[in-house]
Design a protein around this ligand. Structure first.
Ligand code: ADP
Length: 384
């Protein structure tokens, strides 16, 4: 199927920043795109050919949208899965495949997948509600500390809580959940794998993620990770193994923990472009968004190697600021060499909402990390 300057249509479920950045590549190649998102002011709206406002979790809405396009991809996993199966049956190509999205939508089934496929991951137990979890603690079959995760709809750290004592149980949602062994990790790593139909893969360099201590969101992504080449090789090998087991088409971001004893455990995956790959726009020969398009259209994959090292800073809404957004001091960071801000176009800011990111590239990774801290202290995402 030829999508270049033809009438073939690529549909994207979700119109957030990932969708918007995917569209940089479809624009470059004159690929016709349709986007579905519930938000009338979705970031991807401006860059697609046809924008449809609608609920991504509604069966009929997703079905109707899917029938308009030749190939369908996602930028968010929280999609009506039944509609995807129906569309697949009717011949619409969907990448990532619905079977993979279904596994990933539920943290319990995702964990089960790793255990079944001998992928190293922390131990866990599933619970249908909070009551059964509390009973397990009372009986002694579950002990502190553990990490509580809502089975469904967790996103960016909401629905995840480290539980160290009984009091920590008080504010948890009463829902289907898992309790994972708490992993005392030294580092969080991510590897993005691109895979096309015949199984050809490309692995991006291992990146290291530094998290915001309270918001549980990535604060810096450092590429390449400052770890030994032996650990890098192992992390890549595990990510490729996960990719092989899922048999995904498109990107798969594999998030891992490097433990204090040097073990690598898979935390979770995302079958789409990922926050940990934003830096590739400036640092790689082929950025993750173009690579995803190449993979799902069954085109030769590009070189995922780094042209230059760098650090990515998420621009999140400042605490206590709600309302129309203002990017303060953005001109000052633009004056620093190697600094490129990306503004997603969300009109309203909220505390810790992802509003944009800044890429910092430099021949010296240490210098890039230093500039990243400077950038973080200068720019402010506040309300009017
Ligand atoms: P989400 O789907 O919301 O991104 P994650 O499963 O990635 O949730 O968890 C969010 C963060 O919580 C992780 O990046 C990590 O910092 C921490 N975390 C998750 N699982 C564990 C664990 N088993 N042990 C220690 N920390 C964890």
């Amino acid at each position: 199927m030829n999508f270049f300057s033809t009438n073939k249509k690529l549909g994207i479920l979700g119109g957030g920043q990932l969708g918007k950045m995917l569209l940089y590549s479809t624009r470059k190649w004159d690929i016709r795109t349709f986007v579905l998102d519930p938000n009338y002011e979705a970031p991807a709206k401006l860059a697609c050919d046809v924008f449809i406002q609608g609920d991504l979790t509604d069966y009929q809405t997703v079905l109707d949208f899917g029938k308009k396009v030749d190939i369908l991809t996602i930028e968010i996993e929280n999609i009506n899965i039944k509609a995807l199966y129906k569309l697949k049956k009717e011949g619409v190509k969907i990448f990532p495949q619905p079977e993979i999205i279904e596994i990933i939508q539920n943290k319990s089934s995702q964990k089960e997948f790793y255990i079944k496929n001998n992928i190293p991951t922390s131990n866990y137990k599933s619970f249908s509600n909070l009551e059964t979890l509390k009973n397990a603690i009372a009986k002694g079959s579950l002990s502190f500390p553990f990490v509580w995760k809502a089975s469904e709809m967790g996103y960016d750290g909401y629905g995840v809580s480290v539980i160290k004592k009984n009091k920590d149980l008080e504010n948890l949602l009463d829902c289907d959940c898992i309790a994972e062994d708490f992993v005392p990790f030294k580092n969080e790593l991510s590897v993005i794998i691109a895979r096309r139909e015949q199984g050809e893969t490309q692995a991006y360099p291992v990146v290291e993620m530094e998290f915001h201590p309270t918001a549980n969101q990535v604060e810096y992504v450092i590429c390449p990770a400052r770890i030994s080449s032996e650990i890098k090789l192992r992390a890549k090998k595990i990510a490729l193994e996960v990719s092989k087991k899922y048999k995904h088409i498109g990107l798969l971001a594999v998030e891992m923990f490097l433990t204090e004893t040097g073990e690598i455990l898979v935390n979770e995956v995302a079958p789409r472009p990922h926050n940990s790959g934003h830096l590739t726009i400036e640092s790689s020969y082929t950025n993750q968004f173009e690579q995803h398009i190449r993979a799902i259209l069954n085109l030769p994959l590009g070189d995922s190697g780094n042209k230059v090292s760098g650090v990515m800073v998420n621009l999140v809404g400042k605490e206590n600021h709600n309302g129309p957004v203002v990017y303060k001091n953005i001109d000052q960071i633009l004056a620093i060499n190697g600094v490129t801000p990306h503004i997603y176009g969300k009109k309203q800011t909220r505390p810790f909402r992802k509003m944009g990111h800044v890429s910092i590239v430099n021949k010296s990774l240490d210098k890039a990390r230093q500039i990243a801290e400077e950038v973080k202290s200068i720019i402010e995402v506040i309300s009017e």
